[in-house]
Write a protein that binds this ligand. Structure first.
Ligand code: BJW
Ligand code: ZN
Length: 251
């Protein structure tokens, strides 16, 4: 009989796994108070993320896009990692090789103690020059003037917008973990933004046991091995506890 919301099958597979990966999306940070992109929560001043998170929108109206990022940075600076982030940090200590592959730019996995974090969409705390590419961290900027690089180029957040390539090294690491993991968790993502959305399906093709944790169904729900419905911050600590207990009891 399953002890809690996750199957015995999953606990058994996690116990014998050599490598495990967890793909995370905005849903895992929702319980920290970071708004998600889509759904009810997803609108900022009536703009959809697709209208702001692209280079053309930035060139057309850099002030608007900067305002959106400064608004989000303020939120992220004030929130804390939640029990969902903490559980994944603990999971890293319970399996031989574990990586978080995150679409989030908020840095909350690192703040919760996860060490192997693959950031697919960059990091909101960094900026880069659109002219020379120089990376500028921890920019203290609140003024009316847009922030510029020493070379005169406009600075932009060092994140990945629609139509842009994902960072090569991060993507390579993500595919490595996707193709070699015994268990693949997909947590709090709507699974609509490519190429991240196709990683769980690719993991399955390569033989992983794929488990989705989400408060609702997504386009990949019919294809996963196990869909566990609910909040990541409530479910993931239960998963870690069940695995730790099973390891203690040597079952
Ligand atoms: C909970 C919860 C709780 C809530 N517990 N769950 C192939 C086919 C079609 C299109 C494309 C394709 N390949 C590429 C594209 C184009 C495009 C794309 O995918 N478009 C689709 C939307 C159609 N992709 C790209 O452009 C990517 N680049 C690329 O592929 O380059 C190659 C290329 C270039 C040119 C042409 C073709 C190919 C880049 C994508 C970059 C995405 N960037 C953003 C912004 C990042 C910076 C920032 O943060 O500002 O990334 S957009 C935004 O969406 C952000 C997120 O990381 C990403 C995903 O969102 P996520 O995390 O899933 O959040 P939500 O809000 O959608 O969902 C939250 C979920 O949580 C929900 O399911 C809730 O139910 C759940 N939830 N509370 C558990 N407590
Ligand atoms: Zn520059």
């Amino acid at each position: 009989m399953p002890q809690g919301p996750f199957s015995e099958e999953l606990i058994g597979r996690l116990k014998s796994a050599q490598r495990v990966a967890a793909l995370t999306g905005a849903g895992i940070s929702a319980e920290s108070g970071v708004p998600t992109f889509r759904g009810q929560d997803g609108l900022w001043k009536r703009f959809r993320p697709e209208e702001l998170a692209n280079f053309d929108a930035f060139l057309r109206n850099p002030s608007l896009v900067w305002e959106w990022y400064q608004y989000r940075r303020r939120i992220i600076r004030e929130v804390r990692p939640n029990p969902g982030h903490a559980a994944l940090a603990q999971l890293e200590g319970l399996v031989p090789d574990f990586a978080v592959i995150t679409q989030n730019v908020d840095g909350l996995h690192q703040r919760a103690g996860s060490r192997k974090v693959i950031e697919l969409h960059g990091n909101i705390h960094r900026n880069r020059c659109i002219q020379c590419g120089k990376v500028v961290e921890d920019l203290e900027w609140e003024g009316d003037e847009l922030p510029h690089c020493r070379c005169g180029g406009l600075l932009r957040p060092d994140v990945v917008w629609f139509g842009e390539l994902l960072p090569e090294e991060a993507l390579a690491q993500a595919y490595l973990y996707t193709r070699t993991s015994d268990v693949f968790l997909t947590i709090g993502t709507s699974a609509v933004v490519q190429p991240a959305a196709s990683l769980p399906l690719e993991a399955k093709e390569y033989g992983a046991y794929v488990v989705e944790v989400n408060i609702e169904s997504t386009p990949i729900t019919p294809w996963v091995d196990e869909h566990v419905r609910g909040r990541a911050g409530e479910l993931l600590p239960k998963l870690v506890e069940a695995l730790a207990r099973s390891k203690r009891e040597g079952r």
